[in-house]
Design a protein around this ligand. Structure first.
Ligand SMILES: [Zn+2]
Length: 364
């Protein structure tokens, strides 16, 4: 028997999975011509395999197309970002063990409700490039003993201010320096770069440079979130303070069926597709002995040991897809058995999306 805590955790994980699949179905609606619309739906071979991880006891599918999109797909993004997080954490740890420091630099600018995301994002990338490529920035690099950086690109949205692109950059450096002074020096450069490309910026919100430990402590106060998560999973999380992350558009659509959420999601995807969510400066990844893998590789690779529970034929798979029961079918496999799960999704005509014990509750 599972302990109560284990049961609760199991239930929570099931809910998270159900939400990811449901959000992916919304992404499919928003982007019918993108690969996400076929992700974990289209069969690669002849059958769909259902497997179970030995360690976590979680069931999953094999033999299906996997889109591998970190921007579009809530299911793939979860897998990719977790693996990217581990890579980053490994680099942070190795660098600290060698006596190095990490600082978190955040770049942003002022924007308005009706700015087009494409326009401000282009200007923002130009400004970032200008900021980092000049002689003055090189001097700061020398001053702090910078050995590299990892840049995460992000966007949030609010009804009052529209899209808010920004970048978090983890700086790997070695010298003991006063970050407040460096922050002032950097701000002047950032302001100059923004002005050159036509963006406005102010001292309060334009640029912040924080000590990595402090940033980590601050982020961890809000749950188990650390700097590694902040850099890899920001677009996936639920935003606070009335602003929305891109995947919040999908969540909101599930709740309100507001078409505007799909329009905003499309605008976001149109601008971020093809961009790297996480960009390591040259040589940095190699330095910490990390293998270079594409998002697609990370989304499809299977590291943990797993056992085959059974095979689904095309007809059964179609039945599961028809009621959008992909996540639910995995729940049933975990709760009961593969054969019973098949019987339930095939035979329950009245409540095709509910299991027997759930049906009893509905009948009461
Ligand atoms: Zn996908």
């Amino acid at each position: 028997m599972l302990s109560k805590e284990q049961q609760e955790l199991d239930e929570k994980l099931r809910m998270i999975r159900a939400e990811r699949y449901a959000c992916q179905s919304v992404a499919r609606k928003a982007l019918p011509n993108e690969r996400v619309s076929m992700c974990l739906r289209r069969i690669n071979g002849s059958d769909v395999q259902v497997l179970k991880h030995r360690k976590t006891k979680k069931a999953f599918y094999n033999g299906l197309l996997v889109c591998g999109s970190v921007w579009n797909c809530p299911v793939c993004a979860a897998k990719i970002s977790e693996k990217r997080r581990k890579e980053l954490q490994q680099a942070f740890n190795s660098h600290r063990n060698e006596g190095g420091h990490i600082a978190l630099l955040t770049l942003t600018f002022s924007h308005k409700k009706f700015d087009r995301l494409k326009d401000i994002l282009d200007m923002f990338s130009k400004a970032t490039q200008k900021f980092m490529s000049g002689r003055a920035f090189q001097n700061i690099r020398d001053e702090i003993g910078m050995i590299g950086r990892v840049r995460a690109l992000e966007v949030t949205y609010s009804d009052n201010n529209g899209f808010h692109p920004h970048a978090h950059i983890a700086l790997f450096y070695t010298n003991d320096v006063n970050l407040e002074n460096i922050e002032d020096e950097m701000y002047l450069l950032w302001e100059k770069a923004c002005t050159k490309v036509g963006l406005t910026v102010n001292r309060k919100h334009g640029l912040t440079l924080e000590n990595g430990e402090k940033a980590n402590d601050y982020l961890s106060k809000h749950g188990t979130w650390g700097m590694d998560q902040e850099l890899t999973k920001a677009h996936i999380k639920k935003a606070k303070n009335g602003s929305l992350t891109p995947f919040d558009f999908l969540r909101k659509y599930i709740e309100e069926e507001d078409e505007k959420c799909l329009i905003l999601f499309r605008e976001y995807v149109g601008c971020f597709k093809g961009k790297r969510q996480l960009q390591w400066s040259q040589g940095l990844k190699k330095r910490f002995v990390l293998e270079e893998k594409t998002d697609e590789q990370l989304a499809t690779e299977q590291i943990e040991e797993a056992d085959v529970l059974g095979m689904l034929d095309y007809e059964t798979w179609k039945q599961i897809l028809r009621y959008d029961n992909r996540s639910y079918f995995l729940d049933l496999c975990e709760k009961y058995s593969f054969d019973k799960a098949v019987t339930i999704v095939k035979d329950k005509k009245i409540y095709p999306q509910l299991a027997e014990e759930d049906i009893q509750k509905v009948k009461k």
